[in-house]
Every structure is written in C-alpha cells, then in structure tokens.
Design a protein around this ligand. Sequence first.
Ligand code: ADP
Ligand code: MN
Ligand code: MN
Ligand code: MN
Length: 334
Amino acid sequence: MSYKAEYIWIDGTEPTPLLRSKTKVVADGEEPGIWGFDGSSTNQAPGKASDCVLRPVFTCMDPIHMGENKLVLAEVLLTDMSPHPTNTRAEAALVAAQYADQDPWFGIEQEYTLFKGTRPLGFPDSGYPGPQGPYYCGVGADDVYGRPMVEAHLDACLRAGLSISGINAEVMPGQWEFQVGPLGPLDVADQLWVARWLLHRVGEDFGISATLEPKPARGDWNGAGAHTNFSTKAMRENYDAVITAAEALGKNPDQHIAGYGHGIEDRLTGAHETAHYSEFSYGVSDRGASVRIPWQVEQDKKGYIEDRRPNANMDPYVVTRLIVDTCCSALVGV
Ligand code: ADP
Ligand code: MN
Ligand code: MN
Ligand code: MN
C-alpha cells in the first residue's frame, strides 16, 4: 500500500517566515524524493518562474496519521539545485561542517503562547488575568490553560521520535515551553522546525492557535524567547572553555541580536528576566544577563552556557550558525 509523506518547508514571508506543508502519496517501498511547489504563493518566486524545489533533509514517522506515513522536512532550492535565498540551512550546514571536530551541542527552549481567537488562552474577554506569579509551572484550572493541547503536542513529538527533553508552563498565562536537544546544530534546528509544525498542526484539532510572537501581550507580561543552550566537547570538559565561549559572545553582540528574531528590541527591554539588547553581560545563575552560566556548571567547572537572547520567533538555522561561528572560532586550540 502507498503511504502519505507530509512535506514541510519554510516559506519566504517577511520579516518572519511561516511553515508550509503538503501531502505526497508515495508508493510502498519508495523513498520521498525531490519534489516542488508554487513559490509565487509563498513569497519565494515570481509568477512567471514560480517553481521551487523541495529536497528532503529530515524524515520521521508521522505521529498524526501513524502507520507507514511520514513527515518530511525539506529545504528549498532553486531549479538549478542551488539553495534558495530563503534557505538559511545551507549556510548553517557549511559552518557546522567547519567546526564539527568541536562536537557542538544545542538545547533550545522554545516558548510559545496559545491563543483562542484574539486573546491569549486564560485572558478574559475584557480586562486582564491576575498578575504574573502563580502561572509558571502551575497546576489547577485557575492558573493553567491549554494543558490538553500541550500534552498532545508532546506526545506527538515523542511518537515522531524527536529529542524533546521536557515541557513546562511559563510565567504568563497561556504561555508554555518545550525543549529540544541536546543535539548537534543541524539536528536541533531540523527537529525544532518539525516540532513547531506539529504544534501548529495539533492546535488545529483543538481550535487553538500557537504563536511564536516574542511579545504577544503588551504591558507587564513576560515575552516569549528561545533560550539557546550551547556546549562544545572542550566546554563539557573544562571551565576555561566555558568562559571563553561566554566572552566570545560579548565581542559581536549586535550581529547576534540582528539574527535572533524580528521584534527583539520589544522583548529584550531589561525587564521580565531579560538583559537590554544593547548591553551584553554574562553571569552565573543570572536570569537578568544576556548569557547565563548555570550554577551547576560553575560548581562542576564544566558544562554549557545559556544564551537567553534569542526570540521565540527566531530561525534556529541562523541562531545555531551564529553561535557556532562565534564560539567555535574562539575555541580553536582551547
Ligand atoms: P532553564 O533552567 O533555563 O529553564 P531548561 O531545562 O528549560 O533550562 O533547558 C535546558 C536545555 O539545555 C535542555 O534542552 C537541555 O537538554 C540542554 N542542555 C543540557 N546540557 C547541555 C549541554 N551540555 N549542551 C547543550 N545543551 C544542554
Ligand atoms: Mn526552560
Ligand atoms: Mn522558559
Ligand atoms: Mn532558560
């Protein structure tokens, strides 16, 4: 019997791309191969030369349809098989290959906000819920909103075989987090994109939308980030390497901020557990710093660092490329 392959790709919507997908019926025993789509409908091509190419880069079982069905994450190419200008994976792959000998690992904390209609889940039709405090890792119908969908998403990710390391309710009502990793730079980014697609897809069944907006509610409400935890083999063995990586991130902070997601200035205000986007800092246990060294890492004198700056709506191919480039070039020979 034939099976369904759901091809997923990243479009050309600006300033923040969207996920797209369509279904290909594949004959039993055949692999999902090269495919194509109409780039003029995704801001990726003009109507007169609309064909774009999909090349599979990551395949897993389809946890929605089960059986032999598959999810196929594809990168977008031009018809001459070169990377499309919107294909950020291609450059990430080059940088990852350059520093593969340092064995970089990433764990990404993807925060997101659930919406019912135009309001975050848990926000009354008019006015606001009680101030932040009880919601983070909370329990009970007064404080927690959307758990059935959040758990359905986690189960879907696990059935698909994604490396999810945990989930938690966040500081703002209706806001949640899942973590992917630790994995190498391309693997973590591929899996995060598939996990995001599953989040939106599972939301369809619940009539709830998930947004990666970095500041979904104005006022005294936490924004949504994608804290990016990073280590290399050297950092996992000695503390000097941990400090070298943290200091390296302080050398070109503007380039990183520019690649960490649209609207980052609205989120990195210096309030709500963030450092101001214009001032780089790092510190042990410090959730008001740009980069945090977890207390356990200082105690063990080895481990990883947490870059707290990336927005929830960041592109993980860009963020992991920037971090590998900056930190691994500083760690050569350390
Ligand atoms: P926080 O305390 O900031 O909320 P989380 O537990 O949500 O931290 O996320 C920490 C992430 O760091 C997890 O995804 C975990 O897999 C990842 N992680 C753990 N060790 C390493 C490491 N050595 N290198 C990279 N990432 C790591
Ligand atoms: Mn977390
Ligand atoms: Mn969080
Ligand atoms: Mn964190």
